[in-house]
Design a protein around this ligand. Sequence first.
Ligand code: SAH
Length: 231
Amino acid sequence: MGSIPGFKMNEIIQREGIGMTSLRTRRRLVERLRQDGIESNKVLTAIQNTPRHLFIDQALAHKAYEDTALPIGQNQTISQPFVVALMTELLFQASIPVNKVLEVGTGCGYQTAILSQLVKWVFTIERIGSLQQQARERLPELGYRNVSYLNGDGFDGWVSNQPFDGILVAAAPVEVPEKLLGQLADGGRMIIPVGDGAKQDLRIVTKSASGYLEEIRSGVRFVPMLNGRKI
Ligand code: SAH
């Protein structure tokens, strides 16, 4: 086992995992994602390197590397790895370099951790303060430090840090929020599930000089995007 500077041995064991949380188990997940159509090696590498078992309750840790969403409390879920991988891959298919990303719906911070390994700066908004607090503590502990956090309403975006090269939304509104569109850089993309509880489409909206181009991939299921902020 290689040593990681700044970590004690028991922290290294926890991070690298054993049994159902081991590197071998993670590799199996990555192989499955590849078979299911994820092509980006840098996205797959980030998934392989991210200890998803540390983002969920210990009692569920044995399921961490199955390709499913899992509950994280407060009626919210950690996204399915395939969906995280797909959205991240789509984000990087933009025609501009993607350095600065806005994430809406921090949740437990798993998607944030993936993005943090692939871009210079992640700005993440979560409406439930107590949920975001756990991510604020967990992510720096695990070495993901290029992240700014806001307990706020993602419908407003993050005005003082716009424009963003990419915007990734992890909760589903019934239509694409106008304010978020306005915070995209030219050439940037927003990846967002749109629809009501039963039926959502994943939309890929690209901003260009002549307007917005929208592509649709169907068949995703996210928690609803709700107005307002909670402590
Ligand atoms: N990104 C997470 C998944 C989060 S689930 C992962 O990696 O697993 C979606 C999250 O979006 C929930 O935590 C929910 O509270 C949050 N959310 C819903 N509506 C929101 C809004 N308007 N602004 C910010 N966050 C919102």
